[in-house]
Design a protein around this ligand. Structure first.
Ligand SMILES: Nc1ncnc2c1ncn2[C@@H]1O[C@H](COP(=O)(O)OP(=O)(O)OP(=O)(O)O)[C@@H](O)[C@H]1O
Length: 968
C-alpha cells in the first residue's frame, strides 16, 4: 500500500486503480467512480473492500474511515448469503459514495443499494443459506438476548433448515455476530436500534414457523396456534388474532360492503412469506438508512467523491429464476457502460478528431440490452404487462415471450415455460416459474394494516414507507392502492439502474474486471477454460487490444499547452496552443508513433503521459531546487542584515534595560537592607521581651517553688520528726536544689540551662506535688495520732481521776484511821490532862493543825505519860506505828506510782526515747496498782479492825479509869 502511495510501484493492482482515481479527483476536481464487475464469486466484494481500505489509508486520520470500512460488515451480514457459487455472495447491488474534503480527507459516505434478493428469506436452492445474519443471531446472541427474543437454534426454524445448509466451512457464525455488534457500535447504531433490528429478524424467523391446517374441501385454512404464531405476534407487537387474520383471510369489497374470505393453503403460505420478505427487505433498507445517517455527519465539508460500485455478478446456475434474470440484466447494463466508455466513446472521438485509426471490434451487448428494455416488446415490458393480468400465469408469460421475441437473436424460447437469453457472458436459461408473482411483489392490504397496527416502532415505520411508496404512484388512500397501483419489481429496478448509470456518467470511470479462477472456490487453482471464457465474455481481450493500439489519454491542445508549455523557452511558450504542444513533444523527444495530433486534441498511447509527467516533474523539481537555493540565499542575506541590525538594536535596548534594572535592583537592595535592619531590630526586641518575660516567669516559679518547698520543710519539721524522716530527706534534696539555684547568683541561664531548669522545675513541682500529697497524708496521720493522744490523755485523765479518787478514798480511810487513833490519843491524853493540859491542848492543836503529821512525830510527842495510861499508851503506840507504817507505805507507793505514770506519759509523748511499749507498761502499772490497792485495802481494814478492837478495850479501860477518877 505504501509503495503505491509513494508511487514507487505501478504494477496493475486495485491499489493502483484507487490511487489513480484519488489523484484524478484531487487534480481535476471531478468525481470518480470505480466500477467493479465480474461473475459471481470472482471477487468483486473483496476488491471493493480493498479499494476502500486504500482510500481510507489515503484520506484517513479523521476517524470516519473506520466507520466506512465497518459498513461492509453490516451490509454483508444482512445482504450476503451462501450460494452454490460463492460462500459470501452479495444478494444486492451496492454503490458506496465516499466523500472527501478539498484536502483529500475522508469526511463521509453514502450507500445506495439495489434490489435485494428477498425471496432468499423464505426460499432458496438446496445447499444454499439464507442471509448470514439469521445464523449469526441464532448462534452468537448472548443468553439474555436469546431469552428476550425467544430465540432457538437455526435448526428450529423452518425458513433456515429447509435448504439443508446451516453452516459454512471455516466460518464461525457466533464469532461473526460479535464482529457485527462491534460494527453496529462503531457506526453508532444505538443499542435500542440494534434491539429493534434483532427483534424483527427473530419475528421473521418465527413467522416461518407459523403453520396452517386445511379446514374444508376447498382447501381453506386456519392458522395453527403454535409457538411460532405467539412469538411472532409478541415480537411484532400485535396480537395473535391480528396475525391470524392477516395470514388466513382477505377482505373483498362488494359495493359498499366487504366480505371476509378464507385463504387457501397456497394463498396463506404466500401471504405469510410475502409478509416475512417484506419485513426483511424494509429492515435492510432501514439499516442502510441508519448507516447513511451516521456516515452523513461529516458530509457538510464534502468537496468531491469517489463511488465504488459492487453489484451482484453475472450468474448462471442449473436453474435460473427471476433473481438471476434481474441480476444478469444489471450486468448487461454495466457491460454496456463499460463498452461505451472503453470502446465506443473512445473510437468515436478518434474519428471525430480525424486521427489515423483502424477501428477495434468488440462484442457489443446493445442487442441483448434492447431485448430487455425495448418498449413495448422488450422482456421487462412484457413481464410487466403480463403481471398486470390477474389471470396470467408464468406459462402464459413464457408463451408470450416466445410469440413476441423469437425474432430476436438474443432470445430463444424453450420448453416447459423456459427461455434462453444470449448474454455478453454466455447463454442462460431461465425458468419462468414465480416470475409474475415475484415481479408483482404484492403485499395484501391486511398485512400492511397489520404492520401499521403493531405496537413496535419498526413494523409501523415499514407500513408507513409502503403507504408512502404507493401514494407516490397514486393520490388515493393506501387502503385502495396497495394491491393494484404498486410499481413492479423490474420497473423499479430498471429505474434504479438508469439513475445509477446517470450518476456514473457524471464521473470519470475506472473499471476493475474480476475474473473467477475456478468454480470450486479453491485457492491457487486456475481453470483455463473458465478463465479464458470470462476474458472473452467481458471483453477484456478487446480492452487490452484497444489499450495497446489506441490512445487512452486525450487532451485538448489548450490543456496540453497550459500543462506542459512552461517546459519551453518563454518566446515559444507564448505561441498558439497547437504550436506549443508540438514544440513540447519535439523538445521532449516523444516518438511520433506514440501520439497523434487531432483537430482539437492530442492523443497519446499508454505510458506517454507518464513520460510527459515525469519530464514535467523533473523540470518542476529542478525549478523548485533553483528557486529554493536562490530564495535561500536571498533570505539568508536579508536575514544576516536584519540579524545584525537587530543585534545592535537589541544590545542598546538590553544595555538600557540592564541599567534601569540595575538601578532598580540597587534601590530594592537598599530598601531591603533597611527593612531587614528594622525588622531584625523589631524581632530582636520582641524576642528579648519575650525572653525577659519568660525568665521572670521562670524565676517567679522557681522562687515560689523553692519558697513553698522550704516552707513545707519547715512546717513538716515542726509538725513531726518521726513522720517526716522521709520528708526531711526530700527537703535536703530540695534544699540542695535551692542551694544550686542560689549558687547561680542571679545569672540567667542560656536556653539549654533554662530548659534544664524548666525540667528541674517541673520535676521539683512534681516532687512538690508528691510532697504535698505526702504532707496531707502525714497530716492525716498526725491528726489520727492527735486524736489517739487526746483519747489517751482523756483515758489517762480518767485513770488519774480514778486513781486520785481511789487514793483520796485511801487517804480518807487513812485519815479516818488516824482520826480514830487521834481521838484515842485525845482520850488517853485527856486522861493524862491532869499533868499536861496545856500539852494536850498543844497536842490537840497540833493534831488539828497538822492532820498529816507522821506517826513517829505523834509517837515521840506522846512518850512517857501517865502509868495507867502507859498500858493504853503502849497499845496506842502500836496502833500508831501500824497506821504510820501504812501511811508511809502509802506515801512511798504513791510516789512510785506517780513517777512511773509520769515516765510512761513522757515516753508516750515522745519526750523520752525508749524502746518500751508505754501502753503495755501502763497496763502492767495498773495491774500492780490494783494488786497493791487490794492488798493495802485489806491491810488497812485489818488495821482498822485492830484499832477498833483496841479502842473498845481502851474505852473500857478509860471508863474504868473515868469511873475511878469520878469516884475519886
Ligand atoms: N483478493 C482476494 N483475495 C483472497 N480471496 C479472495 C479475493 N477475492 C475474492 N476472494 C475469495 O473469493 C470469494 C468470493 O469473493 P467475493 O464475494 O468478493 O465475490 P463477488 O464477486 O463479490 O461475488 P458475488 O457477485 O456473488 O457477490 C471470497 O469469499 C474469497 O474467499
Amino acid at each position: 500500500m505504501l509503495q503505491y502511495k509513494q508511487k514507487t510501484k505501478d504494477d496493475p493492482h486495485v491499489y493502483a486503480v484507487a490511487d489513480l482515481a484519488f489523484n484524478e479527483m484531487l487534480q481535476d476536481g471531478i468525481n470518480q467512480s470505480i466500477i467493479i464487475s465480474g461473475e459471481s464469486g470472482a471477487g468483486k466484494t473483496e476488491t471493493a473492500k480493498i479499494a476502500m481500505q486504500y482510500l481510507a489509508a489515503l484520506g484517513g486520520a479523521s476517524g470516519m474511515e473506520s466507520e466506512v470500512l465497518q459498513t461492509n460488515v453490516i451490509l454483508e451480514a444482512l445482504g450476503n448469503a451462501k450460494t452454490s457459487r460463492n460462500h459470501n455472495s452479495s444478494r444486492f447491488g451496492k454503490l458506496i459514495e465516499i466523500h472527501f474534503s478539498e484536502t483529500g480527507k475522508m469526511c463521509g459516505a453514502k450507500i445506495q443499494t439495489f434490489l435485494l434478493e428477498k425471496s432468499r428469506v423464505v426460499q432458496r436452492a438446496q445447499g444454499e443459506r439464507s442471509y448470514h445474519i439469521f445464523y449469526q443471531l441464532c448462534s452468537g446472541a448472548p443468553p439474555l438476548l436469546k431469552k428476550k427474543l425467544s430465540l432457538k437454534s437455526a435448526n428450529d426454524y423452518t425458513y433456515l433448515k429447509q435448504s439443508n445448509c446451516l453452516r459454512i466451512d471455516g466460518v464461525d457464525d457466533s464469532k461473526m455476530f460479535t464482529v457485527l455488534v462491534d460494527a453496529l457500535d462503531t457506526i453508532q447504531i444505538s443499542k435500542e436500534d440494534q434491539m429493534k433490528l434483532f427483534s424483527m429478524l427473530a419475528a421473521v424467523l418465527w413467522m416461518g414457523n407459523i403453520s396452517f391446517s386445511v379446514v374444508d374441501t376447498e382447501n381453506h385454512v386456519e392458522v395453527v396456534s403454535n409457538e411460532g404464531l405467539a412469538t411472532a405476534a409478541k415480537l411484532l407487537g400485535c396480537t395473535s388474532n391480528q396475525l391470524v387474520t392477516a395470514m388466513s383471510t382477505r377482505k373483498i369489497r362488494a359495493g359498499n360492503d366487504s366480505i371476509v374470505k378464507k385463504l387457501t393453503l397456497t394463498q396463506a403460505i404466500d401471504a405469510r412469506d410475502a409478509l416475512a420478505k417484506s419485513i426483511y427487505a424494509h429492515l435492510f433498507d432501514w439499516i442502510v438508512e441508519q448507516i447513511n445517517h451516521s456516515l452523513g455527519m461529516g458530509r457538510q465539508c464534502t468537496w468531491r467523491s469517489i463511488s465504488i460500485l459492487d453489484i451482484y455478478g453475472f450468474e448462471c446456475f442449473n436453474k435460473n429464476g427471476f433473481e438471476q434474470f434481474c441480476i444478469n440484466y444489471a450486468n448487461e447494463r454495466l457491460q454496456q457502460h463499460f463498452n461505451r466508455h472503453l470502446f465506443k466513446l473512445q473510437q468515436e472521438e478518434y474519428l471525430e478528431d480525424g486521427i489515423d485509426w483502424a477501428p477495434v471490434k468488440f462484442v457489443d451487448n446493445t442487442d441483448c440490452l434492447s431485448l430487455f428494455e425495448k418498449k413495448p416488446l422488450g422482456l421487462l415490458s412484457l413481464l410487466d404487462e403480463e403481471s398486470t393480468f390477474p389471470k396470467a400465469t408464468d406459462l402464459s408469460f413464457a408463451n408470450k415471450l416466445k410469440q413476441q421475441l423469437s425474432a430476436n437473436s438474443c432470445f430463444k424460447g424453450e420448453q416447459e415455460g423456459a427461455f434462453k437469453i444470449c448474454h455478453y457472458a454466455g447463454e442462460v436459461t431461465y425458468d419462468t416459474s414465480g416470475f409474475l408473482e415475484k415481479n408483482r411483489d404484492s403485499l395484501h392490504s391486511e398485512s400492511i394494516q397489520l404492520l401499521s397496527s403493531c405496537k413496535c416502532e419498526l413494523p409501523k415505520h415499514f407500513a408507513s414507507v409502503m403507504v408512502a411508496d404507493s401514494q407516490n404512484k397514486s393520490s388515493q388512500s393506501w387502503h385502495s392502492v396497495v394491491d393494484t397501483q404498486k410499481q413492479s419489481v423490474v420497473t423499479k429496478f430498471k429505474v434504479q439502474l438508469f439513475k445509477l448509470m446517470q450518476q456514473l456518467e457524471s464521473t470519470t470511470p475506472h473499471f476493475i474486471r474480476c475474473i473467477q479462477p475456478n468454480g470450486k472456490q479453491r485457492p491457487r487453482l486456475f481453470e483455463h477454460d473458465l478463465f479464458l471464457h470470462q476474458l472473452k465474455c467481458c471483453g477484456v481481450l478487446e480492452v487490452v487490444r484497444i489499450s495497446r493500439t489506441g490512445y487512452p489519454t486525450r487532451m485538448t491542445h489548450q490543456q496540453f499547452a497550459e500543462r506542459y508549455g512552461f517546459l519551453l523557452l518563454r518566446s515559444i511558450a507564448s505561441q498558439d496552443p497547437l504550436s506549443v504542444s508540438i514544440a513540447v513533444l519535439q523538445q521532449l523527444n516523444i516518438p511520433p508513433e506514440m501520439y497523434q495530433v487531432g483537430y482539437t486534441k492530442l492523443f497519446f498511447r499508454t505510458g506517454q503521459v507518464a513520460a510527459l509527467e515525469n519530464a514535467k516533474r523533473k523540470m518542476l523539481h529542478g525549478t523548485l531546487c533553483i528557486q529554493k537555493h536562490f530564495r535561500g540565499l536571498h533570505f539568508r542575506q536579508g536575514y544576516q542584515g536584519l540579524k545584525k541590525g537587530a543585534m545592535t538594536f537589541q544590545s542598546f535596548i538590553r544595555g538600557e534595560r540592564a541599567r534601569i534594572h540595575f538601578d532598580n535592583v540597587i534601590k530594592r537592595w537598599r530598601a531591603a537592607v533597611l527593612i531587614q535592619k528594622y525588622t531584625r531590630r523589631r524581632i530582636a526586641a520582641t524576642m528579648f521581651n519575650d525572653q525577659l518575660k519568660h525568665i521572670i516567669l521562670l524565676q517567679s516559679v522557681m522562687r515560689g517553688c523553692l519558697a513553698r518547698t522550704k516552707y513545707k520543710c519547715l512546717q513538716n519539721e515542726m509538725e513531726s520528726k518521726v513522720s517526716h524522716n522521709k520528708v526531711q530527706g526530700d527537703m535536703r534534696k530540695n534544699i540542695s536544689e535551692s542551694r544550686v539555684c542560689h549558687e547561680m547568683n542571679g545569672r540567667y541561664p542560656h536556653q539549654p540551662v533554662i530548659t534544664k531548669l524548666e525540667n528541674r522545675i517541673s520535676k521539683a513541682e512534681a516532687a512538690l506535688r508528691d510532697k504535698d500529697e505526702e504532707n496531707v497524708m502525714l497530716k492525716q496521720q498526725l491528726e489520727q495520732y492527735e486524736r489517739k493522744w487526746s483519747e489517751y490523755e482523756a483515758k489517762m485523765k480518767s485513770m488519774e481521776e480514778a486513781w486520785k479518787r481511789q487514793l483520796s478514798s485511801l487517804q480518807l480511810s487513812l485519815v479516818a484511821a488516824k482520826k480514830s487513833l487521834v481521838s484515842d490519843d485525845v482520850a488517853s491524853r485527856a486522861a493524862r490532862s491532869d499533868f499536861t493540859p496545856a500539852h494536850a491542848q498543844y497536842d490537840s492543836e497540833d493534831t488539828l493543825s497538822t492532820g498529816t503529821h507522821t506517826p513517829e512525830v505523834i509517837e515521840s510527842r506522846h512518850h512517857n505519860h501517865h502509868p495507867e495510861a502507859k498500858v493504853s499508851a503502849g497499845n496506842s503506840d502500836r496502833r500508831v506505828n501500824a497506821v504510820n507504817h501504812l501511811a508511809k507505805e502509802f506515801e512511798d507507793r504513791r510516789q512510785v506510782f506517780e513517777d512511773d505514770a509520769g515516765f510512761l506519759v513522757a515516753v508516750k509523748s515522745g519526750q523520752v526515747g525508749s524502746n518500751m511499749n508505754p501502753d503495755e507498761e501502763l497496763r502492767k502499772l495498773k495491774d500492780r496498782f490494783a494488786t497493791w490497792k487490794k492488798d493495802y485495802k485489806s491491810r488497812l481494814k485489818e488495821t482498822k479492825f485492830n484499832l477498833q478492837k483496841v479502842g473498845t478495850h481502851d474505852e473500857k479501860t478509860r471508863k474504868r479509869w473515868w469511873g475511878k477518877k469520878s469516884s475519886k
